[in-house]
Design a protein. Structure first.
Length: 252
């Protein structure tokens, strides 16, 4: 979602429904329009929402992103991908560039331009190397996480180092809404709400996206899942694992 006519009704609805986290990235090419929409909201007393009330995340180039958003700081900034553009996945320069980028984030954290730092799409191997070499541990790790893809090695590392897990693609790019196993567990309940509630009950942050204001409103409503529901959802990936987004497994 990049254009103002698509984003504006969605963001306005999200803020009215209580959403207080905005996730973007330079590659999404929507930072400038998001910044414009958010400034309108901050300046509109009917919302009762100020800059400090909204947690804003972006990825890639901090200073450029701040300028596009029209902000003085980000609440969270992430390294978006463990690899390097136009380099082969197995090139050792990927590891060197990752650490260089993370040290730059650490410096920006010290300067107050970012209040939290983290990573995205790191495997357990990438995360272990980072923990061995960083000054400031990542506050957040954002990666694909849903009942068809439960990466226990990453989850265990995040728990060990007290890194907040942030799940993306919680709905499997929409495909999990028609997954027979998920639908069987959901029964008459809203499938998206079941999937998001599963993650929330595990203590993981979620960042659902939609171009529909109505679905934005619906996704804000979580359910109380039973222990049996949770156990059945937890077991789905053991029968068949599916990845719907980027695969960083082979990045050096």
């Amino acid at each position: 979602m990049k254009t103002e006519d698509v984003l504006k009704p969605v963001i306005h609805q999200a803020i009215r429904d209580g959403y207080r986290l905005i996730d973007s990235a330079t590659v999404y090419r929507n930072e400038e329009v998001l910044g414009k929409i958010l400034q309108e909201i901050f300046n509109d007393p009917s919302y009762g929402v100020a800059r400090q009330d909204v947690f804003i995340t972006s990825k890639l180039s901090v200073n450029d992103s701040l300028e596009r958003f029209g902000l003085d700081y980000f609440d969270l900034y992430l390294i978006h991908w463990p690899g390097t553009a136009k380099k082969k996945l197995g090139d050792p320069i990927n590891q060197e560039n990752r650490m260089g980028s993370y040290r730059a984030l650490e410096q920006l954290y010290h300067e107050g331009k970012v209040r939290h730092i983290g990573v995205s799409n790191y495997t357990a191997r990438h995360l272990e190397h980072l923990m061995e070499n960083c000054e400031i541990k990542p506050h957040v790790h954002q990666f694909e996480l849903h009942p068809r893809l439960v990466q226990q090695d990453i989850l265990q590392l995040c728990a060990k180092h007290q890194i907040q897990v942030q799940a993306y693609s919680s709905l499997g790019e929409g495909k999990l809404l028609e997954d027979e196993a998920v639908m069987d567990i959901s029964q008459s309940r809203n499938v998206a709400q079941v999937l998001l509630s599963w993650a929330v009950q595990h203590g993981w942050a979620v960042i659902p996206k939609s171009s529909s204001p109505d679905r934005v409103c619906s996704n804000a409503k979580t359910l109380e899942l039973s222990d049996e529901d949770m156990q059945r959802l937890d077991a789905i990936h053991r029968l068949e694992t599916r990845r719907y987004c980027w695969d960083p497994t082979d990045v050096f």
